[in-house]
Design a protein around this ligand. Structure first.
Ligand code: SF4
Length: 427
């Protein structure tokens, strides 16, 4: 099966229209319960975090912004001293913090600060209670899911070494979904399972030459490279979206750990059947509808594979901010020939193609969705796919529903206006 393996990739280099990597803090801070994310940035960065993570207003947050003003440009020494003071104040107030991430951003005054050296200096000062790490969430360097990649990649060099044979799951999933994955693996007899990132610093995984790792998210290329550099081996697989993706992902892990067919079937038959049934209940709304992915989350190729193969949709164009040839090899092979595959962004050109194609559903960032809706196009916000639990069997039906909902809503509105007779499949 070669699918889109040999499809020429349209490389786009132009204006971007996506959130920056700071956005990843919104889900990372929920996952890593004794970590704190200190954004070294401007008021814009603070506003982004506050509005994107508005829900945290009632909780003691595990992220904040050290705002650098124009005046801080006067002297980097002052800026470093100010940062050290902020960190000392924070750690004194919050003795529960075990990992502190200094997160860089794009203002020029931040770029001039050497946050890697600051992290080293502060780590030495606050060891052993707190490990201070740094990564960039700058919009110049990262799109929104790359923030997680940068964060996890920054953690890898500091992970303790091991020679033990273990499976490492890589990616920050909601705890309930991570537990489902562990249960499925345990049912196959794979119990030596670690996760990056751990829920707490003390639970961060160990890594070494006998570590085999499976990516849970497709946007973790730098983290994969960092794990490879520690001697770990990636288990190549499609991503666990939908019944088929989950089964192929589990099968690849099972093969790597010598699980026999009967055990695999015992562990997966029942949840597979549930997932198929849940997807089938929604697929009627999606069948034969045309979907266009603008580049946003790096989830586009696996989702296009799920929507075309399990829900009967037709992909018109699948755009992705980055196409990691090795990590995406299995996905490209599964995706049937037909759609244009695009890497990078040139937003005006892409919008022209959306207008020319008039797809039934356009998956795009928040900033593009409203204008497209005004032009009569139906859209799905890509960011919801990262905030909503969508991995593994039990979420397969919910994943299909996320795409079916805007199509059903559009059909109901059209029916209400009497624009056209519409058949809406029951969910
Ligand atoms: S990191 Fe850059 S793009 Fe992101 S909010 Fe701050 S200034 Fe804006």
């Amino acid at each position: 099966m070669t699918g889109c393996t040999d499809t020429p990739v349209l490389k786009e280099r132009g204006q971007h229209e996506v959130f920056c990597g700071l956005t990843g803090i919104i889900w990372l801070h929920r996952k890593m319960q004794d970590a704190f994310f200190l954004v070294v940035g401007s008021r814009t960065c603070a506003h982004l975090l506050q509005s994107a993570a508005g829900v945290m207003i009632f909780a003691e947050p595990r992220f904040g912004t050290a705002i650098l003003e124009e005046g801080d440009l006067a002297g980097l020494k002052d800026a470093n001293e100010e940062l050290d003071r902020e960190v000392a104040r924070l750690l004194e107030r919050r003795p529960d913090i075990r990992q502190l991430f200094l997160v860089g951003s794009c203002p020029s005054e931040v770029i001039k600060l050497d946050l890697a050296r600051a992290a080293e200096r502060l780590s030495a000062e606050h060891a052993p209670n707190v490990r201070v790490l740094n990564y960039s969430g700058s919009g110049i360097e990262t799109t929104f899911t790359q923030g997680e990649d940068a964060c996890l990649a920054a953690m890898v060099p500091g992970l303790a070494a091991t020679d033990a044979e273990t499976l490492l799951l890589v990616g920050a999933l909601p705890d309930v979904v991570e537990d489902q994955a562990r249960d499925l693996l345990a049912a196959m007899g794979i119990t030596s399972v670690q996760v990056l990132p751990g829920r707490r610093a003390a639970a961060d995984p160990t890594v070494g030459p006998n570590t085999r790792y499976a990516l849970l998210q497709p946007f973790l290329g730098d983290t994969a490279a960092a794990l490879d550099a520690r001697g770990a081996t990636r288990i190549p697989a499609p991503f666990p979206f939908g019944e088929e993706g989950t089964t192929l992902w589990l099968r690849a892990v099972a093969d790597a750990f010598g699980v026999d067919d009967a055990t695999f079937a015992r562990a997966t038959d029942a949840p597979r059947a549930r997932a198929r049934k849940a997807v089938a209940a929604v697929a009627g709304t999606l069948r034969d509808k045309r979907v266009f992915f603008l580049p946003d989350s790096q989830l586009e190729l696996p989702l296009a594979r799920f929507l075309t193969r399990e829900c009967g949709m037709q992909a018109v164009e699948v755009g992705t901010p980055f196409l990691h040839a090795q990590i995406m090899a299995d996905e490209l092979a599964l995706l049937a020939e037909g759609p244009r595959i695009a890497e990078g962004q040139d937003v005006e050109k892409q919008l022209d193609r959306v207008r020319a194609d008039r797809p039934d559903l356009t998956v795009c960032g928040l900033g593009l969705a409203n204008p497209l809706e005004r032009e009569g196009l139906t859209t799905k916000w890509a960011i919801e796919l990262v905030f909503t639990p969508v991995h593994f069997y039990e979420q397969a039906g919910d994943l299909a529903s996320l795409f079916a909902r805007p199509i059903r809503r559009k059909a109901l509105l059209a029916a209400g206006r009497g624009d056209a007779p519409v058949a809406v499949a029951a969910e």
